[in-house]
Write a protein that binds this ligand. Structure first.
Ligand code: EPZ
Length: 408
């Protein structure tokens, strides 16, 4: 049934995580506001406490007192539940000259190595050894260097931004990631006293400084959560005002949704999305920002299962990010995988079914398909969903969706 009304986007998970770890760079008390209530945030706060920082959560803010760092180790248990824990490498090296972080290992959507993070830190003078599944990094003094990323890695850019901020001399990151979360991290580091320019472009220059002051920052809205609600409006033929959706963070998604026949109008603090009677098929190819975000691929595929025609979706960022396909097929979607592409023949009739979430964004795509399917869809293993979406069933129910959470 068509979703109608207004929804508020929460703070961006993928910005809050690096910002939380950036607090380790200053021996003081930092505050981060507009932090979403998510499992991954809880894991990051737990890791900060294990390193010796004092943490406190008040409403949508987290305070971090990083004056005492007592440990430099991120354990396998923590890193395996949240691979973004590897983002403590840069800050711990810069602050303590030593870090011991479990290799994250693979994850559902791909191998996700961190070789580019390690290569960059070695370029700054760190000695990196691997033993028993742990990365051991040590350095006397980090020294600026020119670093070229073979792939514009988001996490690699973030680790190097944080490490280079306290290195001696200038660092240049070439082929750096350009996501809005990178821009926020650079601005936050500059507010701490760092000297960074070029964030948001492929070349970022960092002039190292002696010391950084504590951080006080408001997390930007989550562009992937916003995009997910935009798709929810489109797939149900609804009319939803998404408060917090930022047009310049969503250009690729917006242009593809307009191509599919969706109306998207900028409003004071968000975007109004009106779904069409009939969706047109649209081909997409994921790529790094500002290209079409891989984190919106599964959600867009759900939309295309309802289009009047055939569309092709190519996933170029991760090697195994089509696990939602077989679950969508159980709901009657006609999708064929051909290597890194999926061919979707749209259908009027998706049918509800018991389906299983396999990863964070796949879970979102199953919910989106469920909103448009006939009768009831039951999504299991929704712990994946809770990693990246704050109260999604409440937010969707407020828009008229018939969705509820049952104890598993
Ligand atoms: C970040 O992951 C996001 N996570 C991911 O969001 C997002 O999908 C991804 O960026 C791409 O946009 C956070 O920000 C916490 P990458 P990250 O390093 O940093 C390869 C979600 O759903 N690579 O840009 O791990 C890697 O294997 C999550 O919220 C190397 O080969 O992504 C991948 O194929 C999922 N070597 C590609 O680059 C490296 O050293 C992009 O990875 C690093 C990366």
């Amino acid at each position: 049934m068509p979703l109608r009304g207004e929804v508020q986007v929460s703070g961006a998970k993928n910005s809050a995580l690096p910002l939380l770890f950036a607090t380790l760079l200053a021996d003081g008390i930092s505050e981060i506001h507009n932090i979403p209530e998510l499992r991954d945030i809880n894991t990051a706060v737990k890791l900060l406490s294990e390193l010796g920082a004092e943490t406190a959560r008040e409403a949508d803010s987290v305070r971090v007192d990083a004056r005492q760092i007592q440990s430099i180790e991120a354990s396998y248990d923590l890193v395996k539940t949240m691979r973004a824990s590897v983002l403590v490498l840069g800050p711990l090296l810069a602050r303590c000259g030593h870090a011991r972080v479990s290799l994250p290992g693979g994850c559902a959507i791909g191998a996700r190595p961190i070789n580019l993070h390690l290569k960059g830190l070695e370029a700054l003078g760190a000695t990196i050894t691997l033993d028993h599944g742990y990365v051991e990094a040590t350095v006397d003094t980090l020294r600026g260097a020119k670093i070229y990323f073979d792939i514009p890695t988001v996490g690699g850019t973030e680790n190097l931004l944080m490490a280079a901020s306290l290195a001696e001399g200038e660092t240049v990151l070439e082929n750096a990631a350009r996501e809005p979360e990178i821009v926020q991290l650079a601005e936050a580091l500059n507010s701490m006293g760092a000297e960074i320019e070029g964030a948001g472009t492929a070349i970022i220059r960092i002039r190292g400084v002696e010391k950084l002051q504590p951080l006080n920052v408001q997390v930007i809205p989550d562009r992937i959560e916003a995009g997910t609600f935009m798709i929810a409006a489109a797939i149900t033929g609804g009319d939803v005002l998404v408060h917090g959706a930022v047009q310049k963070h969503q250009e690729a998604l917006i242009s593809k949704m307009i191509e599919a026949g969706v109306k998207i109008a900028p409003e004071a603090d968000g975007l109004r999305v009106i779904g069409p009677e009939k969706l047109a098929p649209v081909d997409i190819r994921t790529s790094v920002f500002p290209g079409f975000p891989t984190d919106m691929q599964a959600q867009f595929m759900a939309l295309m299962t309802r289009a009047a025609g055939t569309s092709r979706i190519s996933e170029t960022v991760f090697e195994n990010r089509f696990m939602h396909v077989c679950e969508l097929q159980r709901m009657g979607a006609d999708i064929q995988i051909d290597g890194h592409s999926a061919i979707i023949r749209g259908t009027e009739h998706l049918t509800g079914a018991p389906v299983m979430a396999t990863d964070l964004r796949a879970s979102a795509s199953l919910i989106l398909a469920g909103l448009a399917a006939e009768n009831t869809t039951e999504v299991s293993r929704i712990y994946h969903l809770d990693r990246g979406y704050e109260k999604i069933e409440k937010k969707l129910a407020a828009l008229g969706a018939r969705i509820w959470r049952e104890q598993e």
